[in-house]
Write a protein that binds this ligand. Structure first.
Ligand code: HEC
Ligand code: HEC
Ligand code: HEC
Ligand code: HEC
Ligand code: HEC
Length: 158
């Protein structure tokens, strides 16, 4: 094997390794998704996530609370369910990977918190309200679909 062939092999190998590491690494980082598909009773919403970041110059924290505190942004529905019902009370405790996240709603360690000190869901928006309020609230001041006539600019088939 000539020195040149060896060099080519080494470089190719290194590039391959770098691409594998890059690929694996990417799936673990909080790279913003290009699009988010939100199916709901009002008709599917295709949210141009990357366009909002790159074209409209927004920061992660403009939409994700506590941007830095959590390793990667969570789905809004983990904290803004369709309804704060019995199922939520039972199931939400498993939805969070880090006990710190409990304190987004609970004032104290939920395990020792007295029942009367538990969070009042009255202060936490349910899913559709959280989205409508955040999406349209910003559009009202920065441009983008908002108001009674805007439904079909976000919802397909409305
Ligand atoms: C205009 C609002 C907005 C901005 C700005 C924004 N995001 Fe998002 N992001 C969302 C919404 C809405 C979702 C969908 C959440 C859901 O499905 O409940 C989302 C989803 C995500 C997800 C996928 C979460 C999952 O559960 O799979 C990641 C990762 C993410 N965003 C990272 C980022 C990062 C990093 C930035 C900054 C560079 C950013 N986002 C900026 C609104 C935004
Ligand atoms: C870890 C829990 C958690 C996650 C995840 C979360 N939220 Fe929230 N959010 C809350 C809590 C608790 C409140 C109410 C108290 C406050 O404002 O701090 C709130 C308040 C809000 C409000 C203000 C409500 C109003 O009355 O107008 C909006 C809008 C909102 N969230 C949208 C979102 C969106 C959109 C996402 C996903 C991109 C998201 N939230 C993800 C916990 C969360
Ligand atoms: C999005 C806000 C939110 C987050 C985040 C959250 N909780 Fe809760 N939690 C609530 C609400 C609202 C209730 C119901 C309060 C009530 O009506 O008594 C509740 C109730 C509970 C209860 C009582 C359940 C029952 O059967 O009555 C426990 C235990 C609990 N949470 C533990 C946790 C733990 C552990 C975490 C973190 C891993 C967590 N919570 C994160 C909002 C939240
Ligand atoms: C913090 C501000 C902000 C938030 C939050 C936000 N947007 Fe936007 N949005 C913008 C801006 C700025 C534009 C561009 C307006 C223009 O060009 O006039 C835009 C434009 C749009 C457009 C039209 C152009 C396009 O890219 O298709 C749609 C649809 C849209 N947003 C959907 C959403 C949805 C769905 C959400 C909630 C999940 C959301 N936006 C949340 C700022 C925001
Ligand atoms: C800026 C984008 C945007 C606009 C404008 C908008 N919506 Fe939505 N809408 C959303 C998003 C995002 C959701 C939440 C999707 C999800 O639950 O995953 C939603 C949810 C809904 C839901 C489902 C509620 C539920 O509880 O299942 C209905 C119904 C709805 N919208 C009706 C409307 C109507 C009527 C209008 C016009 C007056 C409108 N929307 C305007 C983005 C928008």
């Amino acid at each position: 094997m000539s020195k040149q062939t060896l060099l080519v092999l080494v470089v190719t190998g290194a590039l391959f390794l770098a691409s594998v590491v890059g690929y694996v690494g990417q799936s673990e980082s909080s790279d913003p998704p290009v699009r988010v598909f939100l199916d709901n009773t009002g008709g599917r919403v295709v949210f141009g996530h990357l366009a909002h970041v790159e074209d409209y110059g927004l920061e992660c924290e403009d939409c994700h609370h506590d941007g830095e505190a959590f390793e990667r942004p969570m789905e809004c529905g983990a904290c803004h369910p369709k309804a704060f019902d019995e199922a939520f009370a039972q199931n939400h405790q498993q939805a969070f990977s880090d006990p710190e996240q409990c304190l987004r709603c609970h004032y104290d360690d939920p395990a020792t918190e007295a029942p009367e000190d538990r969070p009042d869901p009255y202060w936490i928006a349910v899913r559709a309200d959280a989205f409508h309020s955040q999406c349209m609230g910003c559009h009202e001041s920065m441009g983008g679909p908002a108001g009674d006539e805007s439904c079909n600019q976000c919802h397909a088939g409305m």
